[in-house]
Design a protein around this ligand. Structure first.
Ligand code: FES
Ligand code: FE2
Length: 356
């Protein structure tokens, strides 16, 4: 007999597999289990007293209560229905009132890694498949020059629409007038370079001699025009976006050590299902003074910005469903997003052809 889960996985081969996706941030795992659906799998994440993070299928092997309803103990997660205790590897280590523990009293586990405060989970073609490589590092989270905060936002929209949005920052001129945008003419006419390198797509845009947008003025003592940059590095499970500005004419925008005001975004885009997504973000900045105040301002503005994006993307998706047709005409700003879409499609099909 084929399990319901197996049918679902075969009928929804929507995501590129054999890679790490973001499952959470370190600070989310405190003294409670955390339930999350990731790539169609119901998962419970928790941290035990030894500091290790575990991820188990969120279903007790006794009578299927989600384990996320249970309680965290020093060495395991106790089911909230009849008290079975599971260790970090999913093995039942205690059945209250019963001495013998059946061999099959265990739940599936997922491979997880915690790197630079990001919790990654491996999704392979086979359930429980061993990872073939380690997840990426993100050194900005441990770089003394930067302060950061982050959060996770739920989207009623497929992950590809969030990719599109992040790869095409021309939308800043229209969507983010009150925060990081404005200057629509400059945004739409910015020279854009797009490069592909294996499973990475890079988009670089320079906006010389611009008016600094509201967020920049609030966070940094700019007094006149600025030269702005936007560097986007797309990976299938996440994007790294470095934006910023220097006073106009004071530095080369191709100098990797340029000073000025920086906003360095980490954007983990993890599908929840075919039509819904988790957006894990952090924003790091380099305050010149008043560190906590500037950070608070940048985070406040970032949250406003991402809310503006969520409203647009969810409305876009509703319309795509309503009209039951794919997006239409391409314009010049779509080059990076289209390239990433083709890459995702290729990797998705590769996963499929190998698993069938
Ligand atoms: S359902 Fe979990 S112990 Fe019974
Ligand atoms: Fe945006």
């Amino acid at each position: 007999m084929v399990a319901i889960n197996d049918i679902a996985v075969q009928q929804i081969p929507t995501f590129p597999l054999n890679r790490w996706y973001v499952a959470g941030f370190s600070w989310e795992l405190k003294n409670k289990p955390l339930a999350r659906v990731l790539l169609g799998h119901s998962v419970v994440l928790f941290r035990l007293d030894n500091g290790h993070v575990s991820a188990l299928e969120d279903r007790c092997c006794h009578r299927s209560l989600p384990l996320s309803h249970g309680t965290l103990e020093a060495h395991g997660l106790r089911c909230g229905y009849h008290g079975l205790l599971f260790d970090g590897s999913g093995v039942c280590v205690e059945i209250p009132g019963q001495n013998k523990i059946p061999e099959k009293a265990r739940v599936s586990t997922f491979h997880v890694r915690e790197v630079n405060q990001i919790i990654w989970m491996w999704f392979g073609e086979e359930k429980c498949a061993e990872p073939t490589h380690e997840p990426p590092e993100y050194a900005i989270h441990d770089d003394d020059r930067y302060l950061f905060r982050g959060d996770v936002v739920h989207y009623d929209a497929p992950y590809q629409l969030i990719h599109d949005n992040l790869l095409d920052l021309s939308h800043l001129g229209y969507v983010h007038l009150q925060t990081i945008g404005g200057n629509a003419h400059i945004h739409m006419n910015a020279k854009m370079q797009v490069h592909s390198d294996g499973e990475v797509v890079r988009v670089v845009r320079h906006l010389p001699d611009s008016d600094p947008p509201p967020t920049y003025v609030a966070a940094y003592p700019f007094t006149g025009k600025v030269d702005r940059w936007q560097e986007i590095e797309f990976h299938v499970s996440h994007l790294l976006i470095w934006t910023g500005a220097v006073a106009a004419g004071t530095a080369s925008l191709s100098d990797p050590d340029r000073d000025g005001f920086h906003m360095r975004g980490f954007h983990g885009i993890t599908p929840e299902s075919e039509t819904t997504s988790h957006y894990f973000w952090t924003m790091a900045t380099n305050p010149a003074s008043n560190e906590e105040q500037v950070l608070a301002k940048v985070i406040e503005q970032t949250e406003l910005t991402f809310e503006e994006d969520r409203v647009v993307i969810e409305a876009q998706y509703k319309n795509l469903v309503r009209f039951d047709s794919p997006a239409g005409v391409d314009i010049h700003v779509d080059v990076g997003a289209n390239r990433a879409r083709r890459l995702v499609e290729l990797l998705r099909r590769n996963s499929l052809s190998k698993s069938n």
